[in-house]
Design a protein around this ligand. Structure first.
Ligand SMILES: Nc1nc2c(c(=O)[nH]1)N[C@H]1C(S)=C(S)[C@@H](COP(=O)(O)OP(=O)(O)OC[C@H]3O[C@@H](n4cnc5c(=O)[nH]c(N)nc54)[C@H](O)[C@@H]3O)O[C@H]1N2
Ligand SMILES: Nc1nc2c(c(=O)[nH]1)N[C@H]1C(S)=C(S)[C@@H](COP(=O)(O)OP(=O)(O)OC[C@H]3O[C@@H](n4cnc5c(=O)[nH]c(N)nc54)[C@H](O)[C@@H]3O)O[C@H]1N2
Ligand code: SF4
Ligand SMILES: [Mo]
Length: 768
């Protein structure tokens, strides 16, 4: 379907919809029936399944009737949501039944996509993949996966490309949302995966949100935060944020700061903690080592070096860079430094998507380590990982360009283990990291990548610097395969489109934000020829003569087989995975797996069975010296900032009603009606100064592109003066034509928000 057709179609859908709107935090208390008719309760069978429409990891009960998922309610036994769900969750099953669901494979012939049998499309994919590798070597082939891939898909993709073909060109959307979180955890603790877990919310006395719009991005977690405060008058929930959002209105205090000043703020908090002698000296002496340097390894340093480093990072400096009054920075530090209060920090993609995202993550962990508030109930950093499989999930299953399952491609021992488990010659495994997500598309532009298989993502909407990316994807001589549930801006330019089964239509294991694992059964049959990504990869592998890598007769054997293999990569106590039978019986277990249950808090010997009690109260076993790291990484200004030509900061991100590029949620009439398109939000005084009224169409211009879009004031959120916000779900208004691809050099995470733009007023009616 062309762009225009799809928009007309979606408009038609909206007209059909009868229901409008979501409540303030988007939480509903009742069961919402999906489909046209209210099903009779007697004919319904209810099944457990995880919700996949945000990273919170809620459990749903899905009502199935005559092979169709027709109703949803929150699962009262699910640990994350305890019976609740948000507006997306209640409509989750409707995402399966959009009228333009892809059910047949399509192949491009004479410029147009035509339906073909699935087997013929897979033959063509295998043929082109083999021809590419034969003519240009394995590094000319690449696979780009979704951050919401199930672990089955991620593992099979890694095994096929890394173990079968010999290229590490496998990367996922997680590069865009949590690469800096993963790199930060690796540098600070030596291992991926969150230190604490969502249960921290119920134990905290103070919750500090760092630029995390939790009300829209993790609605059920936000309801837990508010419930914690309702139940205990002493609890305080505050934020440090660059924009006033729905989250801000519900909090005790909101400190607004200038974009990309997180390093100045975090270091100033540490400065103040040291000045007030609030550091946990015993904990620091016993369990922390100091490191300085720009790279991942760093050099040794000591507490006195950190104190000297902090001398330059005063609250007054933070005020200059961040615009937060020094006394407010001191107040924030007093919350962290109060020995009587447990403190949880929560941050996510907006913080990771920073030109120095890894450094910022290290700096926020520093605060918790300095006061010893880590790895204990209600004390610790919660690093949100974006799409459900982000961070320690997919990276760890071997689906990032630098990883193998449970290891990294650069480590000889990790390669040797992969060769052993996979039964392939060790020399087939490449020791060089493959191309990271944006670099795959840049490779298409230069001709270095000639075969790209995209799964469950819509990169031609969601990648930064989209003008270049779109041109690259259209370049002659390259072959683009896209597995997707619906037509998208990316399938529009594909050579082959494979219809994808969605999560309720196949069995699998899902990873979640706080190291949570959820197995689910296939509840309904996929439509037509739709098949899981894992199955499509296996079928192509077999056609390439690599069938021995995939000795799994059917989909049930695939899930059981891949899981048994993945567990062999995680035999250390610190990353151990549960047997599938236990995961089936107890959805939501958190790794590392221990006897009698899951691991909620890591590294504290009282809670983590992988920790060695002879080390004292803590054992940071991710590093050889069994110490966590405090990093000395200085504040540096953003790579791009407003100037006279481009005077505004542009921030972008999700809205409550839509998921990712909106591919699934825009097919749900209620959600589409509630949020039909993106607008640019301005501060009312900026609008007045520019002569812009609400509803006017303006042109946004950055160094990379332009975008015509409707302006709104006093809409969903309130940007600060000099800042703009555009939601990123709308393929009809591609905000990524404006955003930059450059970002954190350590993790490869793009800094979407390091983007300066100007606003041009068009003549009334949008001409100009
Ligand atoms: N400007 C700007 N851009 C951004 C961001 C931002 O904040 N600002 N955020 C970035 C971030 S954090 C993210 S996570 C990305 C999201 O970017 P993407 O991951 O590219 O977008 P999604 O909409 O999540 O892609 C979902 C696609 O997967 C398909 N699909 C769903 N389930 C399955 C499945 O099980 N199998 C297969 N094969 N396909 C499936 C759907 O049909 C849909 O086409 O956007 C990034 N881009
Ligand atoms: N409803 C819904 N929920 C989602 C998603 C979704 O698509 N829909 N996607 C999930 C995913 S994949 C992700 S990654 C998370 C994202 O979740 P968040 O990280 O919370 O996303 P944002 O709302 O983009 O960012 C929060 C705040 O930071 C500001 N900001 C945006 N970009 C930048 C930046 O580059 N630097 C700085 N300093 N500030 C910035 C924004 O203006 C906003 O006020 O949400 C998850 N939850
Ligand atoms: S909060 Fe997230 S996981 Fe929970 S129901 Fe809503 S979309 Fe689904
Ligand atoms: Mo994300």
């Amino acid at each position: 379907m062309s762009d225009v057709d799809r928009r007309t179609f979606l408009k038609g859908l909206a007209a059909l919809s009868a229901v409008v709107g979501a409540g303030p935090a988007g939480l509903a208390a009742s069961t919402a029936a999906a489909g046209q008719a209210q099903p009779s309760a007697r004919a319904l069978a209810w099944h457990r399944a995880p919700c996949r429409l945000c990273p919170s990891g809620c459990g749903l009960l899905v009502g199935v009737q005559r092979g169709r998922a027709v109703a949803v309610k929150g699962d009262p036994d699910a640990p994350v949501n305890r019976g609740l769900a948000c507006v997306k969750g209640y409509h989750a099953v409707q995402t399966l039944y959009g009228r333009d669901r892809l059910t047949r494979a399509r192949v491009r012939r004479d410029g147009a996509l035509v339906d073909v049998p699935l087997g013929a499309a897979l033959d063509l994919v295998a043929e082109r993949l083999a021809a590419t590798v034969a003519a240009h070597g394995p590094a000319a082939a690449a696979a780009y996966g979704a951050g919401d891939w199930l672990l089955d898909d991620a593992y099979v993709a890694g095994k096929l490309f890394k173990g079968g073909l010999g290229t590490n060109n496998v990367d996922t959307e997680s590069r865009l949302d949590s690469a800096a979180a993963a790199a930060g955890l690796a540098a600070t603790y030596g291992l991926p995966g969150m230190v604490g877990c969502y249960d921290d919310i119920e134990h905290a006395d103070v919750i500090v949100l760092w630029n995390e719009n939790l009300a829209e991005t993790h609605p059920v977690l936000f309801s837990r935060v508010l419930a914690r405060r309702r139940g205990n008058a002493a609890v305080r929930v505050v934020e440090v944020a660059t924009r006033t959002t729905r989250t801000s209105y519900a909090l005790d205090r909101s400190l607004l700061y200038a974009p990309h000043a997180e390093l100045a703020l975090a270091h100033a908090v540490c400065h103040e903690l040291v000045a007030r002698r609030r550091l946990a000296r015993d904990f620091v002496d016993r369990h922390v080592a100091f490191r300085r340097g720009a790279d991942a390894a760093g050099q040794d340093a000591a507490l006195r070096d950190f104190v000297r480093f902090l001398a330059d990072h005063t609250p007054e400096q933070a005020q200059r860079h961040a615009g937060v009054p020094a006394e407010d920075v001191r107040w924030l530090a007093s919350l962290y430094g109060d020995p009587a209060r447990r403190v949880v920090s929560i941050w996510g993609a907006a913080v990771h998507q920073h030109p120095r995202g890894t450094w910022v993550n290290n700096a926020l962990h520093n605060i918790h380590l300095l006061v010893g508030k880590v790895g204990a109930p209600g004390n610790g950093p919660l690093t949100l990982a974006g799409q459900p499989g982000g961070c320690g999930g997919l990276h760890d299953a071997g689906a990032a360009a630098h990883t193998l399952p449970g290891g990294v491609v650069t480590a000889a021992a990790d390669r040797a283990r992969a060769a052993r488990v996979w039964g392939v010659p060790p020399e087939r495994l490449d020791a060089r990291p493959g191309r990271r997500a944006p670099a795959m598309f840049q490779g298409l532009a230069t001709g270095d990548v000639r075969f790209l298989w995209v799964h469950g993502a819509d990169p031609l909407v969601t990648l930064p610097e989209l003008g270049r990316m779109r041109a690259a994807a259209r370049r002659a001589g390259s072959f683009l395969v896209v597995s997707s549930a619906y037509p998208t801006a990316t399938t529009d330019v594909a050579d082959v489109v494979l219809p994808a089964a969605l999560w309720l239509e196949r069995e699998g294991v899902a990873a979640g934000g706080d190291r949570r694992l959820q197995h689910h059964e296939r509840l309904v049959p996929p439509p037509g020829d739709a098949t899981s990504s894992a199955r499509q990869l296996v079928e192509v592998g077999r056609r390439l003569g690599l069938g021995a890598l995939f000795p799994w007769a059917d989909d049930a054997a695939l899930t059981a087989g891949f899981w048994a293999e993945l567990r062999r990569f995680h035999e250390d106590a610190g990353t151990r995975l549960p047997p599938l039978a236990e995961l089936r019986a107890r959805p939501g277990l958190r790794w590392p797996h221990a006897e009698n249950g899951d691991t909620r808090w890591r590294y504290a010997t009282a809670h983590d069975r992988a920790a060695d009690r002879t080390q004292g109260r803590y054992d940071f076993y991710g590093h050889a010296d069994r110490r966590a790291r405090i990093w000395l990484r200085p504040y540096t200004p953003a790579s791009e900032a407003p100037d006279s030509q481009f005077p505004f900061w542009l921030a972008t991100g999700p809205v409550l009603e839509h998921w990712g590029a909106g591919t699934l949620t825009r097919r749900v009439p209620t959600l589409h009606r509630a949020m039909p398109g993106a607008v640019v939000e301005l501060h009312p005084e900026d609008a007045r100064a520019l002569g812009i009224a609400g509803g006017d169409v303006v042109r946004l211009v950055s160094r990379r592109g332009t975008l015509r879009i409707e302006a709104r004031m006093d809409y969903r959120s309130q940007p600060q003066r000099g800042q703009l916000f555009v939601a990123s779900f709308d393929e009809g208004r591609l905000v990524n034509l404006l955003t930059p691809v450059s970002g954190c050099p350590l993790s490869g995470q793009p800094a979407y928000g390091a983007c300066a733009v100007r606003v041009e007023r068009l003549r009334p009616g949008g001409a100009g």
